[in-house]
Write a protein that binds this ligand. Structure first.
Ligand code: FMN
Length: 314
């Protein structure tokens, strides 16, 4: 055997023995670790091999996602929805031809069908809807879709500016969310719905009660067309909320009417509203002070579809 081959073979054998020794040492360390620890029963009872369970568990999600889950199976957003969003974000064609993979038999599904004699655009007209005819300044709209509440703090300044500009261009309203009214909402000159959450950010006094003076000021902006009292929201069923102190900057504190650097707690209910009668009284109070149509936001859940539906009444 040539000398060079012998050296290579020797090197490989020594390497293999070394690797085996290292592996055995590692297994021994794992064994001792698993036996001595008392936190995980599986690892204690099945040392070393028990570790595979956690490994497979962590892999499971990826295997299911790519190999097992069907296109419309995952929640809250399935693969079909995600790929639609990716395509739309890249400005690629996002229309799907040849039917839908969504089960259209589910009651309440909205779908568009062909018509033998569809109306021409010129023949259609949208009947204007007037909201809050009893308010001092009712609001009339011809738009059906609007922008739901997302507060400043939850979304950034560029996001608010983009949504507000989009709302103006589309002639729809933008809901401020419970984080108060900001200059960024007002700058775009779009129609706004001012939302009052349980903490009454932006319209509260130092005790957390409704400040009529502040509400009047909010309503004095021509862009603020309506007021929404938020009783509940899908993401926080039965809960209030907390805005951690580190997020309460000088600007946020001024907008929301709270102390700089102090965590702001949103109670799980309006202190003024513990019954339907009190709710109606509060709506009437806000509507009278603001002169604007005033409604409520509640979130209704539907177990069978595991989706939430928002229902508004003005
Ligand atoms: C970033 C973010 C902030 C939100 N902030 C509020 C809020 O301040 N007030 C509110 O009532 N809902 C808030 N929501 C909930 C939305 O208004 C809406 O109800 C929810 O996203 C469900 O509608 P969707 O299924 O169209 O997303 C927020 C949602 C998001 C994503």
């Amino acid at each position: 055997m040539p000398e060079s081959l012998r050296i290579v073979l020797e090197f490989l054998v020594y390497g293999f023995v070394l690797l085996l020794a290292a592996l055995s040492l590692l297994i021994l360390v794992f064994y001792i670790q698993d036996r001595l620890q008392t936190k995980h029963a599986v690892r204690h009872n099945f040392p070393v091999i028990g570790r595979l369970r956690y490994l497979f568990e962590s892999f499971g999600e990826f295997f299911r996602q790519y190999f097992i889950a069907l296109d419309r199976e995952e929640m809250p957003f399935n693969r079909a929805q995600r790929s639609w969003v990716y395509r739309a974000a890249k400005n690629l064609d996002n229309t799907a031809a040849f039917g839908s993979t969504v089960d259209l038999r589910i009651p309440g599904t909205i779908y568009f069908t062909n018509s033998l004699y569809p109306l021409l655009d010129a023949e259609t007209s949208v009947a204007p809807v007037t909201i809050g005819p009893l308010a001092a300044q009712p609001y009339t709209t011809t738009s059906f879709f609007h922008i739901s509440a997302m507060s400043y703090g939850a979304i950034s300044v560029p996001a608010i500016k983009a949504l507000a500009n989009g709302a103006r261009q589309a002639n729809i309203w933008l809901n401020t969310g419970e984080g108060g009214l900001t200059e960024y909402h007002l700058a775009a000159n779009c129609d706004l719905v001012f939302q009052i959450g349980t903490a009454k950010f932006g319209v509260r006094d130092s005790q957390g009660q409704l400040s009529e003076k502040r509400l009047r000021k909010v309503a004095s902006h021509a862009s603020v067309k309506m007021i929404e009292i938020k009783l509940s929201q899908g993401a926080k069923p039965g809960k209030g909320g907390i805005l951690p102190g580190e997020k309460v900057t000088e600007e946020i504190a001024a907008i929301r009417g709270i102390e700089i650097g102090q965590s702001a707690i949103s109670p799980n209910r309006f202190s003024e509203i513990s019954s339907s009668d009190e709710l109606l009284d509060f709506i009437e109070r806000v509507r009278t002070i603001s002169g604007r149509p005033t409604g409520i936001k509640v979130c209704r859940g539907q177990l069978s579809r595991a989706r939430t539906t928002i229902h508004r009444e003005f």
